[in-house]
Design a protein around this ligand. Structure first.
Ligand SMILES: N[C@@H](CCC(=O)NCCCC(=O)O)C(=O)O
Length: 272
């Protein structure tokens, strides 16, 4: 039995014109109805860590023009989720029979990632979002890392939350990587709450960090101003972790630069 979710962390007051970051939601089935949800810790991490407004976006990609969303936002955050990307999107081995699926989310995030990268919108992808980034760009996944010879068990415990998201292993970063520059270090300690992981990284991804067992944990999109993916959970109690605040702070800085340019272009269009 998992103890109730962590208490809502203190959230700062944002300036009126703080930039806006889109956060695609997941579909949960409760009592026969669909609910569109997002974990609160991602929202408070954007507010407290990045200084931006989160804008949750429903997983209705088959009826909503997801690309139109990008005309109104300054960044994209792809959250984690217990659900897995449908294997059909990357041609991998059959997933476990009881693998939780979320086709509604798949239908939004995979095209949204490609569209955001075409516009060079700042993007931060976390856990499932990290895996979506790889699949959207043509990469593949392992569906059960703990079954791989020589790999650690990267799954979280059964609770309570502080145990699930406790520090689990080191992250070893390439010395010349964007992440090493953000953290000011080539080795940090991270949490781990995932069954799956990148198998073949997409051609556009630079692998910047791995776990001690070689599992890919940090990637950067080649040629993008700010498009980073992480397999761990920096959003969890973000304000209590210096490395997490550095990562969300760097994301917020990139979003503010993009927002300024977007507003200037919009104002110039109005003046014309
Ligand atoms: N289902 C995938 C991705 C794991 C993941 O995103 N875990 C987070 C769960 C809840 C949360 O913190 O948002 C896998 O198992 O690899």
């Amino acid at each position: 039995m998992i103890t109730p979710p962590q208490p809502t962390l203190k959230t700062q007051q944002l300036p009126a014109h703080a930039p806006v970051v889109a956060v695609p939601m997941c579909v949960k089935h409760i009592d026969g109805q669909n609910y569109h949800t997002v974990g609160e810790k991602y929202l408070t991490a954007l507010i407290d860590g990045s200084g931006v407004y989160p804008l949750s976006f429903p997983a209705l990609g088959t009826v909503l023009p997801v690309e139109a969303l990008l005309d109104h936002v300054d960044g994209l955050l792809l959250t984690g989720s217990p659900s897995n990307i449908a294997v059909g999107h990357y041609g991998g081995d059959p997933d476990r029979d009881d693998s939780p699926q979320d086709p509604g989310r798949d239908a939004v995030t995979l095209p949204l990632i490609r569209a955001a990268l075409q516009r060079d919108i700042p993007l931060l992808a976390i856990c499932r979002g990290f895996q979506e980034l790889n699949v959207a760009l043509g990469g593949t996944l392992h569906t059960r890392i703990h079954k791989q010879t020589g790999k650690m068990d990267h799954r979280g415990s059964d609770g309570p939350y502080d145990d699930i998201y406790k520090p689990a292993h080191d992250l070893i970063l390439e010395a010349d990587s964007r992440f090493a520059a953000i953290f000011g270090a080539t080795r940090i300690t991270i949490n781990s709450v995932h069954w799956q992981a990148i198998d073949r990284p997409a051609d556009r991804l630079v692998v910047e960090g791995r776990a001690p067992d070689g599992v890919i944990e940090a990637v950067r999109v080649k040629g993008a101003t700010f498009a980073l993916g992480v397999q761990w959970h920096p959003e969890y109690r973000c304000i209590e972790n210096a490395d997490s605040m550095k990562l969300f702070g760097a994301f917020g800085d990139a979003v503010r630069v993009y927002a300024t340019a977007r507003r200037s272009a919009r104002d110039a269009g109005r003046a014309a």
